[in-house]
Design a protein around this ligand. Structure first.
Ligand code: BES
Ligand code: MN
Ligand code: ZN
Length: 489
């Protein structure tokens, strides 16, 4: 495990814990928590005098190490005490985990950084520590002695229940990162299906995997069209979790599981094509969430659907000009085989719209390069049909610190995906509003009365500027925490 997967909680005082380092926090006004104060006393007031001299500023991200006879003391800046919130504590946890790895301290003990005994603070600390400890070194076989993993963190004080919950949630984020970071020859559709089954066994979920022959017969002509160019077996994966009465409408999560996107016949340029191993990150969000649900077993109903294939240009590959028929019967004129994500999602969205009575549908997809142009690697583009649902998503976004920005799905845009010779086409107006065109296309495959929100995560699933609890590079697992928050977990 290249991240901490459990944390230890104790009510013992920090200095009584046998650890390789001890960590406390300090605010910008120089104030320490009760546990911090007792460490300062033990250090003969060195920490407070360093603060008075201005050597410690308490800014977030700041770390200062004092070497005592007892153990090194890592002092973490917590920012302004007036602005202290769950994100401050999440950042402190991430900063500490990274510092401990850099200093090669296998076991650190820390306080709960001013989080009091309240569950959300304990949860945020565990999220920060766990996500911050994440590294992806699975393929390094040489110079292994240069690698170092954090083995243990003991938290003194704070909410034990919060810590446990935060750890489980962050493990879901790390699962999403792992699935994304493994290359396309490892994270295949078959591998995603195996992961879904494993999660299903843990969470008493019903998992059904449809193979090429089966989903083609069922009428998923769009997924079958995209999958035609590859020999790697494609899968349509369904997971059902019934934690409430069957009469309660399920919340539905749909993911794009494109395990490698070459563009197909409309092939992509070679530069950065390797990054298209991340084109399954939508499905990784879904699996990350389902793993957390399997562990926490909330009293809700959730259905997950993942459409998964490669997009290659094999001899049987679909071609520009081809017309495909989706699961809901709509015909699609393919004008660019590189706009494949919306095709495989068309079948998944039609399927869940028809067979369940969803309370709402979320779909997650690395759908357009255009969203990176619009929002960079900072925010996920969202759009949908139900104001209340979108508001809920925005609220959760504020809670979890995963930024979202809404795009309009006005009729003018929806008109741009209408085809002259089929019902719809898979591209909008050339070089215009590409992200919205993606959303407008998907809208055609969601029943009108179902609240729906589409998440274009092409900018946020990887390539983010390093955050205190984020990875140095690679998949971020972004949106897992936001979705769990909207599910009330
Ligand atoms: N997976 C890509 C989107 C993508 C591109 C994500 C770059 C992250 C970085 C998607 O399948 C795609 O190729 N979309 C096309 C759509 C276009 C042909 C209408 C795109 O964005 O260029
Ligand atoms: Mn593509
Ligand atoms: Zn793609």
């Amino acid at each position: 495990m290249a991240h901490l997967s459990t944390l230890h909680h104790t009510t013992d005082s920090l200095d009584s814990i046998k650890a390789d380092a001890i960590s406390i926090g300090i605010f910008e006004d120089g104030s320490l928590t009760a546990r911090g104060k007792s460490i300062d006393v033990l250090m003969n007031g060195q920490i407070s005098s360093a603060t008075k001299r201005g050597d410690i500023k308490g800014k977030d991200g700041e770390t200062t190490i004092f070497y005592s006879d007892h153990a090194p003391i890592i002092v973490i800046g917590l920012g302004k005490s007036k602005e202290f919130d769950t994100e401050s504590i999440r950042k402190a946890g991430g900063t500490l985990a990274k510092k401990a790895i850099a200093k090669k301290y296998p076991h650190v003990a820390c306080e709960n950084f001013g989080g009091k005994g309240i569950e959300p603070f304990g949860q945020a600390l565990a999220e920060g520590l766990t996500m911050g400890s994440y590294q992806f070194n699975d393929y390094i076989t040489q110079k292994k002695d240069e690698l170092f993993e954090l083995e243990k963190v003991t938290v003194s004080g704070g909410s034990k229940a919060g810590l446990e919950k935060g750890t489980i949630i962050a493990n879901g984020v790390c699962l999403a990162r792992n699935l994304g970071n493994h290359p396309g020859n490892v994270t295949t559709p078959t591998r995603l299906a195996e992961e879904a089954k494993k999660i299903g066994r843990k969470g008493n979920m019903k998992v059904t995997v449809f193979d090429r022959e089966k989903f083609t017969k069922m009428g998923m002509g769009a997924l079958a069209g995209v999958a035609a160019g590859t020999d790697e077996p494609p899968k349509f994966i369904l997971m059902e979790y019934w934690g409430a009465k069957k009469s309660v409408k399920p919340k539905v999560l749909v993911g794009k599981g494109l395990t490698f996107d070459s563009g197909g016949i409309s092939i992509k340029p070679a530069s950065k094509m390797d990054e298209m191993k991340f084109d399954m990150c939508g499905s990784a969000v879904v699996l990350g969430c389902m793993q957390v649900i399997a562990e926490l077993k909330p009293k809700i109903n959730v259905v997950a659907a993942i459409a998964s294939t490669e997009n290659l240009s094999g001899a049987k590959a679909y071609k520009p000009g081809d017309i495909l028929t989706a699961y809901n019967g709509k015909t699609i004129e393919v004008l660019n085989t590189d706009a494949e994500g919306r095709l495989i999602l068309a079948d998944a969205l039609s399927y869940v719209s028809k067979h369940y009575d969803p309370a709402f549908i979320f779909d997650f997809a690395t759908l357009t390069g255009a969203v990176v142009v619009a929002l960079g690697h900072i925010a996920t583009g969202i759009m949908g049909t139900d104001e209340r649902l979108i508001e809920k998503v925005k609220k959760s976004s504020e809670m979890t610190g995963e930024k979202v920005w809404e795009f309009p799905l006005w009729k003018e845009y929806c008109d741009q995906v209408q085809s002259k010779i089929a019902d719809v086409k898979n591209v909008g107006a050339p070089r215009e509003a590409g992200t919205i065109a993606g959303g407008a296309f998907l809208k055609e495959f969601v029943d009108e009365d179902i609240p729906w929100c589409h998440f274009d995560i092409a900018g946020t699933a990887w390539g983010e500027k390093e955050k205190p609890y984020g990875p140095k590079a690679g998949a971020t697992g972004n949106m897992v925490r936001l979705v769990l928050d909207t599910l009330g977990i």
